[in-house]
Design a binder for this molecule. Structure first.
Ligand code: GCU
Length: 600
C-alpha cells in the first residue's frame, strides 16, 4: 500500500498544472552546466510574442527566435540586440522601468551543449514567478505554474551541439484563481528568480530518494529510491559510511524500491546540526547528499525534537535580499539572513509565505535552525475552484519533493490567515491529507484564525477554535495586538485559550518601525513603539501555558505594494527587527533577551 501511495504521490507531483515538467532530486549533486548570467529579454505586456491579434498562439511567436532572412523579411523583434537582465534575479529590482511591472517578459539564452553518449539531458529551473512557458530551438517543452518551486524538462535528442536557443516566457500576472491569489503583502517579484541549469544524467538515473528516520523511531532508517530510465530493475546501494550503514535493494519495473535499515546515529539538532554523507548508487548513477537524522513529534501541548520537549525560538523571514532588496536566491543572502536570526538567539525560522530557495533551507540545516516551510495558500484563495486546489496541491508536492530529505524542516504549513468557511475547511483538510500522504514524518501546521471574547474586567481573551485546528499537529496563530488591534496597553490585559490540546506557535506578532526614527512608546513607526510592543508581547506570551514557539513578524523589512506611506514605508513593510541594511532596531534586543531566557 505505502509503495503505491509513494508512486502515486511521485506521479501526482508533476501532473496537474505542469505539462511535461519533471522533478529531479538534489540537483546540486548532479553533473550540471550553469545557464545563469546575462539573458536577453523582451518586455511584452500584451503577450504579442505569444498570441496573434486573434489571441491564437502566434505563428511568428518570439519563441521561434528568428532573424530576418533578407532585407524584405519582416521580423518585429530581435533578441540579439534586446536589453539584458541577470538570471537568477527578479526583473522589478533590476530595472527602474520594471519596478511595478506585472506581465510577460521573454528571456533568451544561447548555449552550446554536447551531452556524452548514453546520457540524458534536462533543463532545470530553481523557480520562475509565476507562470513559465519554456521553448528550446522553437519547440515548446512545457509550462510551469507557481513561483517558488523547481521544475525540469527533458531535452535529450532536442538539444544541438551548438547554437541552442532557449526562450522562456515568464508572466507574473496575478490571478484571482491563482496560488497565491490577487492580494499579498509582499512584492510580486517576477522573473527567473533562481538557478537555470543544464543537467546531464545517465540513461537510467536515480531520479529521487528518501533517506530519513522511520516515523516515531530514532534507530531505524526507512526510505525508498526511484530510478528513471529504460532499465528500471537494478541493484541500488544506499550507504552511510560514517555510520557503518550499507544496504542494497532491487528496484521493480517502475524503478522503485523501499528499504528499512537499523541505524545508530548522532541525531541532528540545533545544538549539534550533525549531517552525514549519504550515497545512493545504482549500477551507473551515484548521488551524494548531506543528510541529518532527527525525530519530530507532538505530545499534548509539547513539541519534541529527538524525544525532548523544546521551545521553538524563531523569527519569520521573507525571501527578500538583504542590502540590495529584490528576491533573494544566493548562499550569501541565506547566510546573512540566517546569521541575523542566529544572533537573535533563534533555533527556528518560519520561511514565509512560500517555499524559499534551496540555499536557504540547506544553510538553515547547516546552521542548526529548524524550519517551518510554507506554501502560498494565503488570505482569499478560490476554495471552490478545482484548478486552484490542483495548483496548490502541486506546489505543496513540488516543495516536499525538493526538501523531503532536509532534517531541518520540521513543519509543513498549508495556509496563512485564511477565512473560515466550509469550502476553505474542505480545501485545507484535503491539502493536509495530501501532505501527510507525501510525507507522514513531519508535522502539519497553519496560521489559523482566532477570535476575541470579553474576559474579567477589561481583560480580553483570544480564543483559538478555528475548525481547521483539528487537522493540524501544531497550531499557528498571527496576532497584532497593539498594532492593528488596539494600543500597546491592550497586551497587558490579553489572555489566550485554545479548544485544542495542542502546542501553539505564535506565528506572527510585531509592529512597524522605521530604523532611526525615535519618539515616545506611543509614537507610531518609532523604534520605541516597536520596542514597547515586544516588551509587552513577551510578558503576554510568557503567560500562555500551551505556547511552544514564536516567529515574530519579521526578521527584516521587506518590499510590499500595500505600504506606500512616504518617508516611512516607501513600499516597505517596516516590521523588520532589522532594516534592509541590517541595522538592528531596539526591539531586536528585546527578542534577543527573551530568547536568552528561553534558551536557559
Ligand atoms: C499578516 C500577514 C503578513 C503581513 C503582516 C503585516 O498577518 O500574514 O503577510 O505582512 O500581517 O500586516 O505586516
Amino acid at each position: 500500500m505505502r509503495r503505491l501511495l509513494v508512486i502515486l504521490a511521485l506521479a501526482a507531483a508533476v501532473l496537474p498544472a505542469q505539462a511535461g515538467a519533471s522533478a529531479i532530486a538534489n540537483i546540486a549533486a548532479r553533473k550540471t552546466t550553469s545557464l545563469n548570467g546575462k539573458w536577453r529579454t523582451i518586455v511584452d505586456p500584451y503577450e504579442n510574442g505569444y498570441f496573434d491579434f486573434r489571441m491564437q498562439v502566434s505563428k511568428e511567436g518570439y519563441f521561434l527566435d528568428v532573424k530576418p532572412k533578407d532585407k524584405t523579411d519582416r521580423v518585429e523583434y530581435d533578441f540579439d540586440t534586446a536589453p539584458l537582465l541577470d538570471v537568477p534575479g527578479d526583473w522589478n529590482s533590476q530595472r527602474e522601468s520594471l519596478f511595478f511591472y506585472e506581465g510577460t517578459v521573454w528571456y533568451r539564452q544561447k548555449f552550446d551543449f554536447a551531452p556524452r553518449p548514453g546520457t540524458r539531458a534536462f533543463l532545470y529551473f530553481g523557480a520562475a514567478n509565476y507562470e513559465a512557458i519554456v521553448f528550446l530551438n522553437g519547440e515548446k517543452l512545457g509550462t510551469h505554474t507557481g513561483g517558488f518551486t523547481p521544475f525540469s524538462f527533458e531535452i535529450t535528442g532536442k538539444v544541438k551541439a551548438s547554437g541552442n536557443s532557449l526562450v522562456v516566457k515568464v508572466d507574473n500576472k496575478r490571478h484571482l484563481e491563482g496560488v497565491p491569489t490577487l492580494n499579498t503583502d509582499w512584492w510580486n517579484y517576477g522573473g527567473l528568480t533562481r538557478d537555470v541549469l543544464l543537467v546531464e544524467v545517465p540513461e537510467t538515473f536515480v531520479e529521487d530518494y528518501l533517506v530519513q528516520l522511520k516515523k516515531g523511531s530514532a534507530d531505524t532508517i526507512a526510505g525508498w529510491v526511484k530510478l528513471n530510465g529504460a532499465r528500471p530493475r537494478q541493484q541500488v546501494a544506499i550507504r552511510i559510511p560514517e555510520a557503518g550503514i550499507s544496504t542494497t535493494v532491487t528496484t521493480d519495473d517502475k524503478g522503485y524500491a523501499e528499504f528499512t535499515v537499523p541505524a545508530k546515529l548522532t541525531l541532528w539538532s540545533p545544538a549539534n546540526p550533525k549531517l552525514y554523507d549519504v550515497i545512493v548508487a545504482s549500477e551507473n548513477d551515484t548521488v551524494r547528499d548531506r543528510i541529518g537524522f532527527r525525530t519530530i513529534e507532538v505530545r499534548g501541548t509539547e513539541i519534541l525534537l529527538n524525544g525532548k520537549s523544546l521551545f521553538l525560538r524563531g523569527v519569520s523571514i521573507h525571501e527578500e535580499a538583504p542590502y540590495r532588496g529584490g528576491r533573494a536566491y544566493s548562499l550569501d543572502d541565506a547566510r546573512t539572513l540566517l546569521g541575523w536570526a542566529k544572533e537573535m538567539g533563534c533555533n527556528f525560522v518560519r520561511l514565509a509565505h512560500y517555499p524559499h530557495n534551496e540555499n536557504m533551507v540547506r544553510e538553515a540545516e547547516r546552521m542548526g535552525l529548524m524550519v517551518w516551510s510554507e506554501s502560498p495558500i494565503y488570505w482569499m484563495i478560490q476554495w471552490q475552484d478545482p484548478a486552484t486546489y490542483a495548483n496548490a496541491a502541486n506546489q505543496v508536492a513540488e516543495s516536499i519533493a525538493r526538501d523531503r530529505n532536509r532534517a531541518a524542516i520540521v513543519l509543513w504549513s498549508v495556509a496563512n490567515e485564511t477565512p473560515i468557511t466550509d469550502a476553505r475547511n474542505d480545501f485545507l483538510r484535503r491539502l493536509a491529507r495530501h501532505v501527510r500522504t507525501l510525507d507522514p514524518t513531519r508535522l502539519v501546521t497553519a496560521a489559523l484564525m482566532h477570535h476575541e471574547e470579553a474576559g474579567a474586567g477589561q481583560n480580553r481573551v483570544a480564543v483559538i477554535d478555528d475548525p481547521f485546528g483539528a487537522d493540524v499537529d501544531v497550531l499557528g496563530c498571527n496576532e497584532y495586538i497593539g498594532w492593528y488591534d488596539g494600543l500597546p496597553e491592550k497586551l497587558d490585559r490579553s489572555q489566550w485559550k485554545s479548544i485544542y490540546d495542542k502546542p501553539l506557535i505564535m506565528s506572527e506578532f510585531g509592529a512597524d518601525a522605521l530604523f532611526g526614527m525615535h519618539g515616545d512608546p506611543l509614537t507610531r513607526w518609532s523604534e520605541e513603539y516597536q520596542e514597547g510592543i515586544y516588551q509587552r508581547q513577551v510578558a503576554m506570551l510568557n503567560k500562555i501555558p500551551f505556547l511552544r514557539g514564536t516567529t515574530p513578524w519579521v526578521l527584516m523589512d521587506f518590499r510590499s505594494p500595500r505600504r506606500p506611506l512616504p518617508n516611512i514605508q516607501d513600499f516597505f513593510n517596516r516590521k523588520g527587527l532589522v532594516s534592509l541594511r541590517g541595522d538592528k532596531k531596539k526591539a531586536f534586543y528585546v527578542l534577543q533577551e527573551f530568547y536568552r531566557s528561553k534558551a536557559d
